[in-house]
Design a protein around this ligand. Structure first.
Ligand SMILES: [Zn+2]
Length: 305
């Protein structure tokens, strides 16, 4: 199997078996083979959907991952994430700018950005969510390709979080972003890492239950992201690493071999586990050490045109 990003012949199978299909404890019917490229480090599996576009355009995806696709439920799940997103972007780049968010859902993040931006554009395949954001004064398009018909070369800032790992062709995803951006514009693209700490300690248990999922066709790293971004024309490319989950989460995983300390993202809230000896300081140190050493669970690409 040739690498789908860099074309290298040096690839290997790193996993074969059932993986998560949406929420926790929901499994793919078939065994899935995960490949990794020795050269650019990308991990991937084949798309499992006959109609992957239709899957994201309807309500099936949000229902599967979040339990339901209502607006209130969306904000309950996602409003908390906007603080993380401001950590990735800072607050200074939006004022009086044309800002687009790709994969914006019901617009939880753009609602905050809209306060300072000149114009906000939401790109979201789900029609239900597109109708919602239009009512809030955000311009809506199903795909970047559609937004290009109006905004080609005119967007100052593009954000996209937790999207690129879902798309079949990440190179053309980045190329659309490049074309949408105005000269000097910047894209900020966030995606999960292969969570080296959890993977190293828990191996297949963690891979099967969290890391590899039917909907994430890719797990990226700076090496392969840089390669793709350079090919489409970006020249100023930077990366930063972040750690979302705390030390308590790591310990709970080691003890129970499943996700117990997290709420939110995965449908029904999970039971919260606490350890008396894990102080806020310890959690903060754990996170900052992982971030400093680029071993966190998330990384963000800063791509300037
Ligand atoms: Zn490769």
């Amino acid at each position: 199997m040739k690498c789908k990003v860099c074309g290298s012949e040096y690839t290997k199978v790193v996993y074969n078996g059932k993986i998560r299909d949406g929420g926790i404890d929901v499994w793919t019917e078939k065994d899935i083979t995960i490949y990794q490229c020795d050269d650019c480090k990308v991990l991937w599996h084949e798309n499992l959907y006959d109609d992957i576009k239709g899957f994201y355009e309807g309500t099936e995806y949000r229902n599967q991952v979040n339990g339901n696709s209502s607006e209130t439920h969306f904000y309950e799940l996602h409003d908390g994430e906007s603080a993380d997103k401001f950590r990735y972007t800072g607050t200074k780049i939006f004022r009086d700018k044309v800002v687009a968010d790709i994969g914006c859902g019901a617009g939880a993040w753009l609602d905050f950005v809209k306060g300072t931006a000149k114009e906000t554009i939401g790109i979201e395949p789900s029609k239900v969510f597109r109708d919602l954001i239009q009512h809030k004064g955000i311009k809506a398009f199903p795909y970047a390709e559609d937004a290009k018909t109006v905004y080609k070369g005119e967007v100052d800032v593009i954000t996209s979080f937790d999207v690129i790992e879902h798309v079949e062709n990440p190179a053309s995803f980045l190329s659309d972003i490049y074309e949408l951006l105005a000269p000097g514009g910047e894209a900020i693209v966030g995606t999960p890492t292969d969570t080296p700490v959890m993977r190293g300690l828990l191996g297949e248990v963690y891979e099967r239950m969290i890391l590899f999922t039917a909907q994430h066709l890719w797990v990226f790293a700076p090496e392969n992201m840089k390669l793709m971004a350079e090919r489409v024309g970006f020249s100023d490319i930077q990366f930063r690493c972040f750690q979302t989950y705390d030390f308590t989460n790591l310990l709970a995983w080691l003890q129970y071999k499943k996700p117990l300390s997290i709420g939110g993202n995965f449908g029904t809230p999970q039971k919260k586990v606490n350890y008396d000896f894990v102080t806020e300081t310890l959690n903060a140190v754990y996170k900052s050490e992982l971030e400093k050493n680029f071993m966190g669970d998330y990384f963000v690409s800063y791509l300037k045109k």
